[in-house]
Design a binder for this molecule. Sequence first.
Ligand SMILES: [Zn+2]
Ligand SMILES: [Zn+2]
Ligand SMILES: [Zn+2]
Ligand SMILES: [Zn+2]
Length: 138
Amino acid sequence: MQCAKPRFINITVQIAKELRNVKFVCNNSDLGCPKILNYEEVPGHADQCKYLPVKCQAYNKCKTKCIRMEIEKHQAVCPNLQVPCIYCRNYVERMNIIAHEQEECTGTYTCGKCGMVIIKEETQKNTHNCFNALAGYL
Ligand SMILES: [Zn+2]
Ligand SMILES: [Zn+2]
Ligand SMILES: [Zn+2]
Ligand SMILES: [Zn+2]
């Protein structure tokens, strides 16, 4: 009986060589990804493919799924996405934000830099002279 080990190695080298010549299309090719990949490139590409289907951050409500390249465009207008109120800094669904700002917003928030409580009028007129923000320029 001869030791089969060297042959085995030769076969794996052969397989590796052949794999290197095989081209793969991206998993998301039917969604439009034009990439043709080598075997080694497949895992890396999956992480950064712009055509990967992703869910909107508000998927629970809006049920929107689209390719990664488009999701930011969708989220910029998604009525279900939570956006921060400029007055109280609480997150409110985009479709309710105007009503929130006009009606229910208490309008105050605490400045993260100086700890001062800032009221709605100050935010509107942008008159908060933040001591700590100014201190950065001194
Ligand atoms: Zn791809
Ligand atoms: Zn959405
Ligand atoms: Zn608010
Ligand atoms: Zn401040």
